[in-house]
Write a protein that binds this ligand. Structure first.
Ligand SMILES: *[C@@H]1O[C@H](CO)[C@@H](O)[C@H](O)[C@H]1NC(C)=O
Ligand SMILES: *[C@@H]1O[C@H](CO)[C@@H](O)[C@H](O)[C@H]1NC(C)=O
Ligand SMILES: *[C@@H]1O[C@H](CO)[C@@H](O)[C@H](O)[C@H]1NC(C)=O
Length: 283
């Protein structure tokens, strides 16, 4: 039996010792010990079939290698877009995420938004609305977790009574947490007591601050806002003065946050399950 393992198809199998022992006497004498056919017409046909099989195998390998290389190397941009829209369309068909809002930014230096000013419970509430959200009530499959670039095996799941699904949050919550953390850092005296992060070691606080700056940098570069800003001539100033009060094409942030509240699962303290697979170091 093992002799015939090298046979790619019936053509080659005819030349295996296993086959030669058979009643196919036409090849018995001439080809008994010949691995390749001699110059008979039938031999040429067989050779052509072997060549065809070879070409097919090489073609398959080339297609595979090109696909693999383009996936692993630079073409990841196109791939990333299709992964994101695949996940978004599959899991969030009702999330209002089209860029259909025209918002005139206010870049006037002292523009008093509800997110700024001396620290107060009102300012905290404005920030907390988009930060204090629970987990997104969405159940990703293991395969789709891999599309996110995460290892399902070590990813945290919610308790069974909350569906036992993977614990996932919207990134905007973390980004706003980071920006808010930088804001609170500038008002340390006020937040010293209530923010436990401000009791960390100075080195840890430095790391947290730099992490937040780094996350916001990566986000800003990821989205490279191509809305436009202009400049004005201003009395008493010789240099053009930037005008950030231009119209921007935006997502409807309030609608997204409303959706997130409608589809959230509050996080309850829950102990680490026994025997879960863990990462040796933080990701
Ligand atoms: C921006 O805010 C300032 C201060 O409240 C206000 O005077 C100005 O009209 C606003 N500009 C725009 C474009 O809304
Ligand atoms: C806002 O969130 C922070 C951090 O979670 C918390 O310390 C603070 O009490 C919250 N404030 C309000 C008004 O909800
Ligand atoms: C999460 O969504 C499921 C349906 O997919 C629903 O049955 C469940 O009640 C939701 N959980 C919460 C906390 O809203």
């Amino acid at each position: 039996m093992p002799q015939s393992y090298f046979a790619l198809g019936d053509a080659e199998a005819r030349y295996s010792p296993h086959q030669i022992e058979s009643t196919d006497d036409e090849y018995d004498d001439k080809n008994e010990l010949e691995p390749w056919p001699t110059a008979t017409v039938r031999g040429t046909l067989v050779f052509k079939r072997i060549a065809l099989v070879g070409v097919f195998i090489i073609y398959t390998i080339v297609v595979f290698v090109v696909g693999y290389v383009s996936t692993t190397l630079g073409i990841s941009r196109g791939k990333a877009v299709s992964d994101l829209s695949y996940l978004q369309e599959k899991y969030f068909p009702s999330l209002p995420q089209t860029y259909d809002k025209s918002i005139t930014f206010n870049g006037t230096l002292d523009y008093p938004s509800e997110f700024r000013g001396a620290p107060s419970p009102d300012v905290d509430r404005a920030w907390n609305r988009s930060i204090d959200l629970g987990a997104v009530n969405v159940s990703l499959s293991d395969e789709d977790m891999k599309l996110l670039g995460v290892d399902p095996d070590t990813s945290v799941k919610l308790p069974l009574e909350d569906g036992g699904i993977y614990r996932l949050h919207f990134e905007f919550s973390h980004q706003l947490h980071c920006l808010n953390f930088l804001r609170m850092w500038t008002y340390r005296d006020y937040y010293q007591e209530t923010q436990e992060e401000f009791s960390d070691t100075p080195a840890m606080q430095r790391m947290h601050i730099d992490h937040c700056i780094e996350m916001l940098r990566q986000f800003l570069m990821c989205h490279a806002d191509t809305n436009l800003v202009s400049a004005n001539w201003v009395a008493g100033r010789e240099k053009p003065y930037p005008n950030f009060n231009t119209k921007h094409t935006c997502r409807d942030f309030d609608a997204i946050v409303d959706w997130a509240w409608d589809h959230q699962i509050p996080i309850k303290p829950s102990p680490k399950p026994v025997g879960v697979h863990e990462l040796p170091l933080p990701p």
